[in-house]
Unconditional design. Sequence first.
Length: 223
Amino acid sequence: MESRLLSKRVLGSLGLISGLTLVMFAFRILVTGTDRYWFIPQNLALAWLALLFGWLLVTELKKDRWLSWQNLSLSVLWLVFLPNTWYVLTDFLHVFSSGEISQIYDIAMMMTLVVSGFVLGFISLYLIHLEFLKRWPQRFAHGAVAAVLLISSFGIYLGRDLRWNTWDVISHPEGLLINVSDRVINPLEHPRAVTVTVLFFVLLTTLYGAIWLAGGPHKVKRK
């Protein structure tokens, strides 16, 4: 299953969509002379890093136990970068009629970014989901995936509303920890955090659940 998900054909398809995003971005700069959507290459790169860390984790799990320091480190990196794959949906907030180019063009360009990010994220999660199933009963594996999606949904809120980014985990961990702990301990005092997190959790869980059901049956060799 893992080999099919990361086959040359699949990676080529992902590269094609991502390449279209970058070509459209470059064409817009060429035509308008502005880099209004400068964040597109950055967000796309972050989404690819989530898949990369997921693939590295799956590869290392074939050699060593999950609780080794290498695999724990890769797990943290994967979990930190994963929300970026779905965060791109909120970039539609930047699309408006600027008069620089057709708004339809900007919508189409942003759509290619969103499709790229969502596919990268779901493939990455799918890979790790299979690893959960190899080690845990089905209900625990599904529960772990739900927890990952909940954390990612909260991460999207942190990025869009509080403007924290992935690198702040390293550069400003104290401020991030304060913001996170306050909203976890006192969720009713931060209704926006609850509504955004729940919205994305329902959206991502439904979409991923549909993908999971369509891709079944899932036969894995237990470890």
